[in-house]
Design a protein around this ligand. Structure first.
Ligand SMILES: Cc1ncc(COP(=O)(O)O)c(C=O)c1O
Length: 455
């Protein structure tokens, strides 16, 4: 076990006390958000467009007035440095200029037709150039992209089963919403309205456990193995050196397709983790920021896979494939993807992001050391995670054992009340091309003040 004991009771006690004060401060300084929250309840469940927007740990949702670059302003006209960046959707900054300009022009040329826009060949070429996969399909969300790739994988291989890692999240794809209980894969207990035993066709094993992967794949039953190159949704669990390339070899050996979900690991470098580490999966899924924050995602595959997919489709009876949605790949989305990939997600943008992420990582480590806290920073390019353990966890079990909601909430609320937004539900900080040294310094100062109160 790489992890250490959670911080002691005194720390938890101080964190709980801090939360009480910070909740009161939030209510005092955000009267407009409080009012909007009350009004929204008249017509929205929990007063928010999506129910989980109510789960941020604030006493009412924080309503946004406008967002630009690395900053946003709330309904009460308070300005924030945004290190959540829509949990990657705005990884290239809010309303990047080239995307805003393109959308203004496209808005006069049409939004959606169910026909391919003339820009389609250029969008395909931009995806291929950036992510190193020759063939593509567009979806509206990364959830959809994962869901559709699973369909293709089953259609192409004629196999039924799916292998994932414990602690995975690939959007609200039912097949992947599983937990491991007493060595059995079961439907996640928190799922609402699920009436299927998801463990019937999905098996989850520990990340970084090659032997467990091979034990499963050897059955020859698995259509595909779906994973992120690092788990990023249960804290952050990086792959051990060689783990992902070994997955590539194992999947090839047993006739299983390897799907890499790069929705979050786009942060690791231009073109994503696989391209930068020379691993060639059968499918890659890219989502969230590829249209500068507009809903869009895509999945890429080889020419050989494209031929197999076409053969599967041609062999199937005529009718709906169960793959695709009406608004996906519309004119507006294609224009936004093209502008983002060619003008925003540039080598220079990544280089700026990494320089500032270096500064953030160093600064956080200095603060942890100064306060004698046995916590660590796990990083994937521009994505930085603070974890309450000595070194990065090896798998989701270790990651879960290090989580501490009270301390996490205290840090998030303290920072929020001082104009710094972290990603909710864990401690993720994302740097975008518009983030400045001042923004990083602001986070570091406020984080230091927070630790002064906690320790
Ligand atoms: C790794 C990964 N894949 C897919 C998704 C789904 O993205 P979306 O919610 O945009 O469909 C997420 C969302 O957080 C994710 O973290």
């Amino acid at each position: 076990m790489h992890t250490t004991q959670l911080p002691d009771d005194a720390l938890n006690h101080k964190a709980a006390h801090l939360i009480k004060n910070e909740l009161l401060l939030f209510l005092k300084t955000h009267p407009t958000s409080v009012e909007l929250g009350t009004k929204s309840r008249e017509h929205f469940l929990y007063g928010v467009p999506m129910h989980w927007m109510n789960d941020w740990g604030t006493p009412c949702p924080l309503f946004v007035r406008q967002a630009q670059g690395a900053h946003f302003t709330c309904a009460d006209n308070i300005s924030y440095v945004d290190f959540c960046l829509g949990d990657t959707g705005a990884m290239f900054g809010h309303s990047p200029e080239p995307v805003a300009r393109t959308l203004e022009q496209q808005a006069r040329r049409g939004y959606t037709t169910m026909l391919p826009d003339m820009l389609a060949p250029q969008v395909g070429a931009a995806l291929a150039e950036q992510f190193g996969m020759p063939c593509w399909q567009i979806t509206t969300t990364a959830t959809d992209a994962n869901r559709f790739v699973l369909r293709w994988a089953r259609a192409v291989t004629g196999r039924q089963k799916l292998l994932v890692f414990d602690g995975c999240y690939h959007g609200t794809v039912d097949d992947t919403m599983v937990d491991v209980e007493a060595n059995r894969t079961v439907s996640r207990a928190s799922l609402l309205g699920q009436n299927v035993d998801l463990g019937q066709y999905t098996v989850a094993v520990d990340f970084n456990d090659l032997a467990a992967v091979e034990r499963e794949l050897a059955s020859g039953d698995y259509a595909c193995l779906l994973t992120e190159p690092a788990l990023t949704n249960c804290g952050m669990v990086p792959a051990l050196p060689g783990f992902i390339s070994s997955l590539r070899s194992l999947t090839q050996r047993y006739g299983t397709l390897l799907i890499l979900d790069e929705t979050h690991t786009i942060s690791s470098g231009r073109g994503g983790w696989a391209k930068n580490h020379e691993v060639k999966p059968d499918f890659i899924v890219v989502g969230k920021p590829i249209a500068g924050g507009l809903p869009a995602a895509a999945y890429g595959f080889s020419g050989d896979m494209a031929a197999k997919m076409q053969a599967a489709k041609d062999l199937a009876p005529a009718g709906h494939s169960g793959i695709g949605t009406t608004l996906s790949g519309n004119m507006m989305t294609l224009a936004a993807i093209h502008a983002t990939l060619t003008e925003v997600a540039t080598p220079a943008a990544y280089s700026d992001m990494f320089k500032l992420a270096d500064k953030l990582e160093d600064g956080l480590n200095i603060q942890l050391k100064r306060h004698g806290l046995p916590w660590c920073i796990t990083r994937i390019g521009a994505r930085i995670e603070l974890q309450f353990c000595k070194s990065s966890p090896l798998n989701a079990r270790e990651a879960r054992a290090t989580q501490n909601e009270v301390i996490e909430n205290a840090i998030h609320l303290f920072l929020l009340n001082r104009g710094v937004l972290l990603t909710p539900f864990h401690n993720m900080m994302l740097v975008c091309p518009a983030t400045s040294e001042d923004d990083i310094n602001r986070l570091l100062v406020v984080f230091g003040e927070c630790l002064d109160q906690l320790v």
